[in-house]
Ligand binder design. Structure first.
Ligand SMILES: *Cc1c(COP(=O)(O)O)cnc(C)c1O
Length: 811
C-alpha cells in the first residue's frame, strides 16, 4: 500500500496530472475522486489477483450468492477503511488542501437494488471478504439503478438514475469471459445410443459480458469478486455494417431488445411488473452465472458429480431460482448426465432464502410467457413438477387437493417458491419469527414433507460500514471504553454493558449523539432550507414507502400531537423532529399519496408559528444508502412499526440499534430478537402480536369503522383527510381515507392507541437523560449479534458447509 504520506501525495499529484491534465489548484472534486479511486483500485489489484489465484489453486469450496439486487452505495470510503489507509489519505489530501470526505461524496451511489434485500446482499459481500471466506456475488450491471426521487410540489417524481455517467472506477470488464445465453427457439431430441439428448436450436443468443468489482476484506488482504453481467448483442459488428442486409431492421430491433435486458432495475420488489423483460433478466443472470461457475469448476479436472463438494449456489429470494432448471439443463445437455444424477447434484448444490410472505411478492410466471421464451427450461420445470407430484401421490394416494396446493405448476402458472423448496437442500427465513411463519403457515405443507430443509438465519448488517465508518465519533468512544477488539469481533461490544451506568461514558455517548445531530441539522438546513432544533428528539422513519411499513401510523401520531398543541396553546412539550425518507414504487399509488400527505402535513406544521417550533416534519428526498449512513448516527428514536408478521426481518432496525437509537416498534421480524438481546425494557414495543394479526386475517373480527367511530382522535385525524383541511390544491387523500375506513388491511387504526401510548412513554423517558443514555449504551452493547459477520458464519457452517479455510496465506 501507499508507503507513507509523502509518497502518497507525490503519487496523487502525478496521477492527477496524467489523468486530468490539471494541477491540484485546478482540480475539481470529481477529478480528485477519479484520481484517488484509480489509485486505490490499482493498489488492491495485487491482493485481488492473489486471492483469485489462491481460490483457483487450493481445494477450497466456493459459494456464489445469486441476487438480482446489490445495493452497494459508495465504495471509496469503505475500501479505504478496509484497506487501513484512510487516515493516511485524509492527512495527505489535507496537506494539499483537499477534503477527503468531500471527495468521497462525489462517488455516485450504486443503487442496484430496491431496499433491504439488495442491501443485505451488499453487506454479505463485506462480511464474506472480511471473514476470509471464498464467496462471490453474481448479479446484473443495470445501466440505470433504482430511480432518483425528486419531490415536486410534494409529489414524488421519478428520474432515471444514470449512475455510470462518469464511468465506474471499481469495475473491470472481462470480455474474454463472456458467455452466450439462449432465448426462444425450439427443443429437438437426438437419440444417442440408448439415451435421448435434448438440444435447444434456432435460439436467439444474447451475449453476457461480466464486469467484476473487488470486494475488499477488512485489513486482511482478501479481495473477493462481485460479478455483474451486462447484456450485449451477440452479432458481430461486421454483420451489422451490411446496411443493405434485408434483415437490417430485425437486427436493429434485436440489438435494442438485447441491450434492454441489463438496462433497468425493476423499481419494485413487491410486484412483478413488466413481466417478460423481468423474466428475461432473471434467466440472463442465472444462465450466465452458472455457465461461468461451471467453467471455473471444470478447470479443476474433477468429476462433475463432485460439484456439491466444491461449490454452493445460494439464491437470494425466488428471483434467481431458475438456477435450479438451468443447472439441470447444463448438467444434462452439456455435461451428459442423466436425470437422476443431475437432480442429485442440483439438489445438493442450491440453497434458497425466502424474504417475504407478502402474497403479491411471491413470484408466479404464466406458462404462456415462460414456455416460448425458455422452451428447454420450461420442459425441465415440467418434468420436475411431474416427478414431484408423482412422489406426493405415492406418499398420499388420492389426496388430489393436497397435490394441487403443492404443485410447482398449476392453473397456468409456475410457482417459483415451490420450485425453490423442491429443488434446493436448504430453505431459510430471515428472522426467528419469519422462519416459524414459513414452517407453520406459508410453506407448512412442504415443511411436513421435508422438515430437515428448513432453518433460520436472522439477517445482519456490516458493523464496519454502519458503525465503524458511518459513525466515527461513536466508534472512537467505544474503542476508548473497551478497546478495538469489537471491530473484528462485534460480539465484544457486549463489554460496553458493564459501563452503562458509568457517568463519564454516558456523557461521552450523549455528546457524540449531540454532535451527530448538530451535523445532520446543519445538512438539513443547507440542503433543504429547513431549520430543525438539534435539542429536539430526532424521531426517524426511513425505509421504502409501503402500506405494511405504516408510515401512516407515524403521520397520524404527528397529527394527533399537533392537535393537542393547537388545543393547548400554552403547553410545552419536548420538541420533536420527525424525519422521513423513502421511495414509493412508481406504480404504487397509495404509497405515493402518503409521500404527498407527509409533505402536506410538514408544510402545515412547519409554517405554523403558534406551536413555537415544538414540532418539525422533514422528508429527505431520494433516500438511499448514503442518506441512511448520514441519518442513522443522528437518530434518537428508530421507527420500526410494521404490522406484526409482515416485516420478514428488517435491517434498518439493526443499524439504528447499533448507533444508539432507541426503537419504537412492533413485535415483528428481528425487532423481537432485538428485544431478546437488549431486554424489552430498553425498547418501546407496542401493538398487536403476530399471532393476533394472523388470527384476524384468517378469521376476521376486526372492523375498522368501529375504531373510527369509537376513538375521537382517529375520527378527527381521518376527517381532516377528506374535509378540506389539507385539500387546498387538487390533491386527494380520499384513497388513503377509504383504504383505512373500509378495510385497514395493515391495522393502522387498530394499533393507533397503543402506538400513541408508546410515544408518550418515549417523551416521558427522554426527560430522564441519564436513564435514556444508559439505554442507548445497552442497545449498542447488545447489537453485536446483528452483525452480518454472525449471519454469514451461520450460513457458511450450516448451509454452505464451507470448510473454514485456513486464513488465506498472503505473504
Ligand atoms: C438498510 C436499508 C434498507 C432496509 O431498511 P428496512 O428498514 O429494514 O426496510 C433499505 N434501504 C436502504 C438504502 C438501506 O440502507
Amino acid at each position: 500500500m501507499f508507503k507513507n504520506k509523502h509518497r502518497f501525495k507525490e503519487m496523487f499529484v502525478s496521477r492527477l496530472e496524467t489523468m486530468h491534465g490539471k494541477s491540484v489548484e485546478e482540480a475539481t472534486l470529481t477529478d480528485c475522486y477519479a484520481t484517488l479511486g484509480s489509485m486505490v483500485r490499482e493498489q488492491l489489484s495485487k491482493d485481488w489477483i492473489r486471492t483469485n489465484d489462491f481460490y483457483r489453486d487450493e481445494p477450497t469450496k466456493q459459494v456464489y450468492y445469486l441476487s438480482m439486487e446489490f445495493l452497494l452505495g459508495k465504495l471509496l470510503k469503505t475500501n479505504l477503511v478496509n484497506l487501513g489507509i484512510r487516515d493516511l489519505c485524509e492527512k495527505g489530501l489535507g496537506d494539499l488542501g483537499i477534503d477527503l470526505e468531500a471527495v468521497e461524496l462525489q462517488e455516485p451511489d450504486a443503487g442496484l437494488g430496491n431496499g433491504g434485500l439488495g442491501r443485505l446482499a451488499a453487506d454479505f459481500m463485506d462480511s464474506l471478504a472480511s471473514l476470509q471466506l471464498p464467496g462471490h456475488g453474481c448479479g446484473i450491471r443495470y445501466k440505470y439503478g433504482l430511480f432518483e426521487q425528486k419531490i415536486v410540489d410534494g409529489y414524488q417524481v421519478e428520474v432515471p438514475d444514470y449512475w455510470l455517467r462518469e464511468g465506474n472506477v471499481w469495475e473491470v470488464r472481462k470480455s474474454d469471459k463472456a458467455v452466450e445465453v439462449p432465448f426462444y427457439g425450439e427443443v429437438i431430441s437426438v437419440t444417442e445410443g440408448d439415451r435421448i439428448r435434448y438440444e435447444h436450436v434456432n435460439y436467439e443468443p444474447v451475449l453476457a459480458v461480466p464486469y467484476d468489482i473487488p470486494m475488499v476484506g477488512y485489513e486482511n488482504r482478501t479481495v473477493n469478486s462481485l460479478r455483474l453481467w451486462s447484456a450485449e448483442s451477440a452479432i458481430k459488428d461486421f454483420d451489422f455494417n451490411q446496411l443493405h442486409h434485408k434483415n437490417y431492421h430485425r437486427i436493429i430491433e434485436y440489438k435494442r431488445n438485447t441491450e434492454a435486458i441489463s438496462e433497468f432495475l425493476y423499481p419494485d420488489d413487491s410486484t412483478i411488473e413488466g413481466k417478460m423483460l423481468r423474466l428475461k433478466q432473471q434467466y440472463f443472470m442465472v444462465s450466465a452465472s452458472l455457465q461461468s461457475i461451471l467453467c471455473r469448476f471444470k478447470r479443476k479436472n474433477i468429476p462433475i458429480t463432485d460439484l456439491p463438494n466444491e461449490v454452493a449456489i445460494h439464491t437470494n429470494d425466488t428471483h434467481p431460482v431458475l438456477a435450479i432448471p438451468e443447472l439441470m439443463r447444463l448438467l444434462m445437455d452439456k455435461e451428459g448426465l442423466g436425470w437422476d444424477e443431475a437432480w442429485d447434484v442440483t439438489t445438493r448444490t442450491i440453497s434458497y432464502t425466502n424474504h417475504t410472505i407478502m402474497v403479491e411478492a411471491l413470484e408466479k410466471w404464466p406458462i404462456d410467457l415462460m414456455q416460448p421464451l425458455l422452451p428447454r427450461i420450461y420442459m425441465i420445470i415440467n418434468e420436475i413438477n411431474e416427478r414431484f407430484c408423482q412422489q406426493l401421490w405415492d406418499r398420499h394416494p388420492g389426496e388430489w387437493a393436497l397435490i394441487e396446493r403443492m404443485a410447482i405448476i398449476s392453473h397456468g402458472y409456475v410457482n417459483m417458491a415451490h420450485l425453490a423448496v423442491v429443488g434446493s437442500y436448504s430453505v431459510n427465513g430471515v428472522s426467528k419469527l419469519h422462519s416459524n411463519i414459513l414452517k407453520n403457515e406459508l410453506l407448512s405443507l412442504f415443511y411436513k414433507e421435508e422438515p430437515y430443509k428448513f432453518n433460520n438465519k436472522t439477517n445482519g448488517i456490516t458493523h464496519r460500514r454502519w458503525l465503524l465508518t458511518a459513525n466515527p465519533l461513536l466508534s472512537k468512544t467505544i474503542t476508548e471504553a473497551i478497546g478495538p477488539a469489537w471491530i473484528e469481533s462485534p460480539e465484544e461490544l457486549e463489554r460496553l454493558a458493564k459501563y452503562a451506568d458509568d457517568v463519564s461514558l454516558q456523557n461521552e455517548f450523549a455528546q457524540v449523539k449531540q454532535k451527530n445531530k448538530n451535523m445532520l441539522a446543519k445538512k438539513i438546513w443547507n440542503d433543504y432550507g429547513i431549520k430543525v432544533d438539534p435539542a429536539s428528539i430526532f424521531d426517524v422513519h426511513i425505509k421504502r414507502m409501503h402500506a405494511y411499513k405504516r408510515q401512516l401510523l407515524n403521520v397520524f401520531h404527528i397529527l394527533d400531537l399537533y392537535r393537542v398543541l393547537k388545543d393547548n396553546p400554552n403547553l410545552s412539550i419536548v420538541p420533536r423532529t420527525f424525519l422521513f425518507g423513502g421511495k414509493a414504487a412508481p406504480s404504487y399509488h397509495l404509497a405515493k399519496s402518503v409521500v404527498k400527505l407527509i409533505h402536506t402535513v410538514a408544510q402545515t406544521i412547519n409554517s405554523d408559528t403558534t406551536i413555537r417550533d415544538q414540532l418539525k416534519v422533514v422528508f429527505i428526498p431520494n433516500y438511499g444508502v448514503t442518506h441512511s449512513e448520514q441519518i442513522v448516527p443522528a437518530a434518537d428514536v428508530s421507527e420500526q412499526i410494521s404490522t406484526a408478521s409482515k416485516e420478514a426481518s428488517g435491517t434498518g432496525n439493526m443499524k439504528f440499534m447499533m448507533n444508539g437509537a432507541l426503537t419504537i416498534g412492533t413485535y415483528d421480524g428481528a425487532n423481537i430478537e432485538m428485544a431478546e438481546a437488549v431486554g424489552e425494557e430498553n425498547m418501546f414495543l407496542f401493538g398487536l402480536r403476530p399471532d393476533e394479526v394472523i388470527h384476524y386475517y384468517e378469521h376476521g373480527g376486526y372492523h375498522a369503522r368501529e375504531m373510527y367511530n369509537q376513538d375521537p382522535r382517529l375520527k378527527h385525524i381521518l376527517d381532516q383527510l377528506v374535509n378540506g383541511t389539507f385539500v387546498k390544491e387538487d390533491v386527494d387523500f380520499k384513497s388513503i381515507y377509504y383504504s383505512l375506513i373500509d378495510y385497514d388491511e395493515f391495522f393502522v387504526l387498530k394499533d393507533f392507541a397503543s402506538y400513541v401510548d408508546a410515544q408518550h412513554e418515549v417523551t416521558r423517558q427522554f426527560h430522564h437523560r441519564s436513564e435514556w443514555v444508559r439505554k442507548c449504551i445497552l442497545n449498542v452493547a447488545h447489537s453485536g449479534v446483528f452483525s452480518s459477520d454472525r449471519t454469514i458464519q451461520q450460513y457458511a457452517k450450516d448451509v454452505w458447509r464451507l470448510t473454514p479455510v485456513a486464513k488465506l496465506n498472503h505473504k
